[in-house]
Design a protein around this ligand. Structure first.
Ligand SMILES: *Cc1c(COP(=O)(O)O)cnc(C)c1O
Length: 393
């Protein structure tokens, strides 16, 4: 019955653990979860009020497919203010979440036979979206020693005449690390020399720690801007994952094609959510800073504690809300713990703690812990992990 396309999609490798964690919770087991990929904070009040007002005002009909002009203008203003990028309305598309923006990009940009370079570890949806567009993902390993930044020399060895695009994600899910300007400049040079596009997923841009700054690769010059599609949204910055608003900024021909694709699939993103996103982008921003300060406290606490576990070491994340510890030193502690997914299953069963195995992101030597959870749960969760591991030593 199923299409070849549907059959080509891999079920998420995290599904087994996720399903088990949910089943345990449903049975009343107190599972502490480090698995979630969304802020635990509530959407700020001013944003909710804007949505309620939209409903009251009857702003509940179809809008322009690519988003209402005031929201596009707020996005244009944001890209100029924060990233030094100049776009026009026809170069902006608002979609149903940044994931949808990425999907539209792949559908409009890729043909069968095209190769898309994905630095590994990677966010789980990139390879699957490339495959759904009929193209081929090409994984390039990055290393902890280089802070999981794509090494331009290693990148150049993987570029072929079929390379159509490279996906960048800084700050990164799952590693929590960020690119520096110098590396981006070298990658941009390669994109111009070897003629490929950059899909730059900047969804965690607002979540940066200590003195880390964010550079959009598109801001490095007009030539690279003309080859880059910038992806961003309000889900992570404003605790709005359920509202489903993301956007793409890029060359007009591509954005037009993406808008046409969107017009034949979802049409406009929800009118009410667009009004909420407009408030998120133009209203007071103090809630963003408060969430960031809280994430920062948790980050330090979690990573300090992880680094005290024998056999585990973890870089300090510079962005997003994930810690990505190397857990390979634990494999072999018992025959039961031979890989990231076996470790995750063991910790779920014995410690009642849920985390995501690194093999889901292309690297079995790691696990991902989200710190979008309370300090108290971080403390309790780490105690449980330590106890479970101590029983094996
Ligand atoms: C959460 C996430 C997204 C998608 O965000 P939505 O706007 O909720 O669709 C995109 N990229 C990465 C890396 C993410 O972690």
């Amino acid at each position: 019955m199923l299409s070849a396309r549907a059959k080509s999609i891999k079920p998420s490798p995290t599904l087994a653990i996720d399903a088990k964690a949910k089943a345990m919770k449903a049975q009343g087991v107190d599972v502490i979860s480090f698995g979630v990929g969304e802020p635990d904070f509530d959407t700020p009040e001013n944003i909710k009020e804007a949505a309620i007002k939209a409903i009251r005002d009857g702003f509940t009909k179809y809008t322009a497919v690519g988003g209402i002009d005031p929201l596009k203008d707020a996005i244009i203003e944001k890209l100029f203010r924060d990233n030094g990028l100049r776009y026009e309305r026809k170069e902006i598309l608002v979609s149903c979440g940044a994931k949808h923006s990425l999907y539209n990009t792949m559908q409009a940009l890729l043909d069968p036979g095209d190769e898309v370079i994905i630095p590994s570890p990677y966010w789980v949806s990139y390879p699957e979206q490339v495959v759904l567009a009929g193209a081929t993902p090409v994984f390039v390993q990055t290393t902890e020693a280089e802070q999981f930044r794509l090494n331009p020399e290693v990148l150049s060895q993987h570029i072929t005449p079929r390379t159509k695009a490279l996906i960048l994600n800084s700050p990164s899910n799952p590693t929590g690390l960020t690119y520096d300007r110098n590396t981006l400049e070298r990658i941009a040079e390669l994109a111009l020399e070897r003629d490929f596009h950059i899909i730059s997923d900047e969804i965690y841009e607002k979540l940066l720690y200590e003195h880390t700054t964010h550079t959009s690769i598109a801001s490095l010059g007009e030539e690279i801007k003309a080859r880059t599609i910038v992806i961003n949204g309000v889900s992570k910055s404003h605790a709005m994952t359920g509202w489903r608003i993301g956007y793409a900024a890029g060359p007009g021909v591509l954005i037009t094609a993406m808008t046409d694709i969107q017009s034949q699939s979802t049409s406009n993103p929800a009118s009410i959510s667009q009004k909420a996103a407009l408030e998120a982008m133009t209203g007071p921003q103090d809630s963003v800073g408060k969430m960031l300060a809280e994430f920062d406290k948790r980050r330090r606490h979690l990573v300090d504690r992880l680094n005290k576990i024998e056999g585990v070491h973890c870089l300090y994340p510079t962005g997003a809300f994930y810690a990505f510890p190397n857990t390979s030193g634990l494999y072999g502690l018992s025959p039961d713990i031979s890989s990231s997914s076996r470790l995750a299953m063991h910790l779920l069963e014995r410690a009642k703690v849920a985390l995501v195995p690194g093999d889901a992101f292309g690297d079995d030597n790691y696990v991902r812990l989200s710190y979008a959870t309370s300090l108290e749960d971080i403390e309790r969760g780490l105690l449980r992990i330590n106890e479970a591991l101590d029983r094996l030593r």
